[in-house]
Design a protein around this ligand. Structure first.
Ligand code: ATP
Ligand code: MG
Length: 331
């Protein structure tokens, strides 16, 4: 089963006044067709930068310093603006963060969906109208509300309309970057359930980006845990059931109660490192209770710790012992 998306040793640097910041620094992962992959990590760890590199949406002060991003074997790094215009929406689509979703307040939702469709497909007005109706059915909004203006929708409805927008040209890959941030928890759950259902029913391949480990644990087939621009741990449900990286352990200990989602999610002391001059060894070492000299000297490689499960830590055995003794709360 050939992967749909292959990211290999990707490095993305931002020019800043303090020097180059490597927000993504050697990230690799595969995404199989029909898979739902979650990328999880604290604020600033490079999740959105990674997503923007995959979508060809990096700002002008960013450069891809190394690596490769391939969609069904086609290299996306270095594609021209024109080539990107052909790919975006039709092959790869984005569901943006809800707090800054992409609707223009002065046009109806229908006008905006229609514009995207008219620009990227040869379908005539009647076919486009039917397709927009189908998409509203899919996301659970009454078709009659297509002619509404964005402000006539609630926040949750606007975000569902953004999902409709992302799906309207039937892309193979859908990237959702914090799609529920800023919505209340009930609406968050509804949106994620909806995304999950669409992903299954329409056999879509999805990349969900979030800082919420519980969200990923409940919904994704596979998980990539990022920290300071690098992959700390990756795999299936073993990542949150039996984590091998202290950072993942930290994220899991901060597992929120389903009844108490407002609780502080991340309870790891300290802050992520400066990405212009990151620590020489393991980037998590300054915050890690397991860290020893070797961690401060040498960056640990990502090694196999189980079937389809990798972690980048010098002390995976000690972490596993500790985890067993502490007996993580079951999810
Ligand atoms: P969040 O959870 O807050 O969305 P994130 O994981 O998506 O965080 P990114 O937005 O990718 O993180 O940012 C990664 C790093 O790159 C951060 O240190 C951030 O300050 C820096 N960064 C992001 N955008 C730019 C930019 N346009 N110019 C310079 N630095 C940037
Ligand atoms: Mg982000």
């Amino acid at each position: 089963n050939a992967p749909l998306l292959t990211v290999r040793d990707l490095k993305v640097a931002y020019r800043t006044s303090a020097g180059e910041a490597f927000a993504v620094d050697g990230v690799s992962f595969n995404l199989a067709p029909g898979e739902f992959l979650g990328i999880v990590g604290e604020s600033g760890c490079g999740k959105s930068t990674m997503a923007k590199a995959v979508l060809g949406l990096l700002p002008t002060n960013a450069r891809i310093a190394a690596g490769s991003v391939q969609l069904r074997g086609q290299e996306l790094v270095g594609l021209s603006t024109r080539a990107w215009r052909r790919l975006r929406w039709k092959e790869i689509a984005l569901v943006p963060q809800s707090a800054m979703n992409g609707f223009d307040p002065v046009y109806t939702v229908e006008a905006q969906l229609d514009e995207a469709m008219a620009a990227h497909s040869s379908a005539g007005p009647a076919a486009r109208r039917e397709r927009m109706g189908e998409m509203f059915d899919l996301v659970g909004i009454d078709r009659r509300r297509l002619s509404d203006y964005p402000h006539q929708f609630s926040g949750g409805m606007r975000q569902r309309a953004m999902i409709a927008m992302a799906m309207v040209l039937d892309p193979q890959l859908v990237v959702a970057d914090e799609p529920t941030t800023g919505l209340d928890v009930i609406v968050q759950d509804q949106i994620i359930q909806r995304i999950r259902r669409i992903q299954r029913e329409q056999h879509k391949t999805m990349l969900l980006i979030t800082h919420d480990m519980a969200l990923v644990a409940e919904n994704c087939d596979r998980i990539v845990v990022m920290y300071a621009g690098q992959v700390m741990e990756a795999g299936r449900e073993a990542v949150f059931r039996t984590p091998f990286h202290p950072y993942t352990l930290g994220l899991c200990n901060a597992f929120p109660d389903l009844d108490d989602r407002d609780r502080e999610l991340i309870a790891i002391p300290g802050v992520p490192p400066n990405l212009v001059s990151p620590p020489p060894g393991c980037r998590f070492a300054p915050r890690c209770p397991f860290a020893t000299d070797v961690c401060r000297r040498k960056a640990p490689p990502l090694v196999s710790v189980g079937p389809d499960h990798q972690a980048a830590c010098h002390h995976v055995t000690r972490v596993a012992d500790m985890r067993e003794r502490a007996r993580l709360p079951a999810t």
